[in-house]
Design a protein around this ligand. Structure first.
Ligand code: NAD
Length: 363
């Protein structure tokens, strides 16, 4: 397997492989870039078919975190970790504790948060052996509710703010009354997004493979129930994919009827060139890593002296960042995803230079 010449390597600063035969732990930590600060990113547990898949995933995800944090103006770098194994059958306290010890050995260059296959309680188990875990402190969010550290409510609020910025740019309206929105996936983020939209007067369509989740949105928010086949293709103003990635692809793009895509799901585009394909069809795409940054912003402030209002103000910057992306895209003719990447690079590269100019060592 190639590492330095791996197509996803992209000048990663650090890649480490951990193995603990006693507990069965096999894990990889990738740190893409720390020019803005320590690398923060989720710890994913997944039954990868082979080591190569795990390396590919951790490199891709880690790089994505550098871009997400830089775009959100956070003093954080990008990193990610993966534990190779089925979380339903291979996760144990001993394995999570071993992971905690390995994280501690990195001395804080990388801080882990929950991701698919891991939970807040799992991170707390790792935290018995390291202080380099985040998103685990119970606190009151700016919605006034107590949370166990789960950043989903903040992600949902940021997605709502970003969706409004996209609607304002594309449809020229600030008032969401009567706006038609289709949401794919009404779980932790999607349901709360639906709630914000309902409060703002939007008309909602929802679909979720979990029937109870869909029924909750129908019963509590008056949403229309849609089907798996039609949720992305309804004649609505906005589609908000909040379930899984790669749903914007060669098969779906020709049949989309909405003119705005603004959802929280990561890696919405199956391939980078789908960015241009959306622009060609006149569809405004709010780049996923810009609109769903509420969660990383939330985790960043954990344990700090920031008030819930400070966190809210930072999350609301997502609207300004998206407005800048949309305006640059219009004036340059370059699609929004590419503009978002360029803006993130400006933010982490210029930050790096500024720190060197100030005489600081960046690591
Ligand atoms: P979740 O698991 O709570 O919710 C996802 C929902 O989608 C579930 O209700 C699930 O039943 C449903 N679903 C799964 N497959 C589906 C399908 N094929 N069609 C329709 N519904 C389907 O997850 P979440 O925390 O709400 O995250 C949603 C998305 O947002 C994910 O892509 C996640 O990576 C991304 N995201 C989440 C956060 C966060 O803070 N939770 C932050 C950034 C990005």
């Amino acid at each position: 397997m190639n590492v330095f010449s791996h197509p996803e390597f992209d000048n990663h600063e650090h890649l480490s492989f951990f193995c603990d035969p006693e507990t069965g732990l096999k894990a990889i930590v990738a740190i893409h870039n720390t020019s803005r600060g320590p690398a923060l990113g989720g710890c994913r547990m997944f039954a990868y078919v082979n080591d190569e898949e795990a390396v590919r995933d951790v490199l891709r995800l880690s790089r994505g975190m550098t871009y997400k944090s830089a775009l959100a103006n956070l003093d954080l770098g990008g990193g990610k970790s993966v534990i190779i194994g089925d979380p339903r059958t291979q996760k144990s306290e001993a394995l999570l504790e071993a992971m905690g010890k390995h994280l501690e050995s990195l001395g804080g260059q990388y801080i882990a948060a929950e991701d698919s296959g891991t939970s807040v309680p799992d991170l707390k188990v790792m935290g018995r052996h390291t202080k380099y875990v985040a998103g685990i402190i119970e606190r009151t969010g700016f919605d006034g509710r107590l949370s166990n550290g789960d950043p989903s409510p903040t992600t949902a609020y940021g997605t709502f703010i970003g969706l409004k910025a996209a609607v304002q740019h594309k449809l020229g309206r600030e008032d969401l009354t009567g706006l038609k929105v289709a949401i794919q996936g009404v779980g932790n983020v999607g349901y709360r997004l639906a709630h914000y939209l309902k409060q703002a007067g939007a008309e909602l369509w929802v679909y979720d493979i979990h029937h109870e989740n869909m029924q909750r949105a129908v019963a509590e928010l008056g949403a229309h129930a849609a089907s798996a086949e039609d949720i992305l293709f309804l004649p609505v103003d906005v589609i908000a994919p909040c379930a899984m990635g790669a749903v914007i692809n060669d098969d779906t793009i020709p049949h989309l009827n909405a003119t705005v895509i603004a959802g929280a799901a990561n890696n919405l585009l199956q391939r980078p060139d789908h960015d241009q394909a959306l622009k060609d069809r006149g569809i405004l795409y709010a780049p996923d890593f810009a609109i769903n940054a509420g969660g990383i912003i939330d985790v960043f402030y954990e344990g700090s002296n920031a008030s819930p209002d400070d966190v809210r103000a930072h999350v609301e910057n997502i609207g300004q960042t998206l407005a800048e992306i949309f305006t640059r895209s219009d004036s340059s003719g370059i699609p929004t995803g590419a503009i978002a990447n360029a803006l993130a690079e400006e933010r982490f590269r210029s930050f790096n230079q500024n720190r060197y100019l100030a005489g600081e060592n960046h690591v």
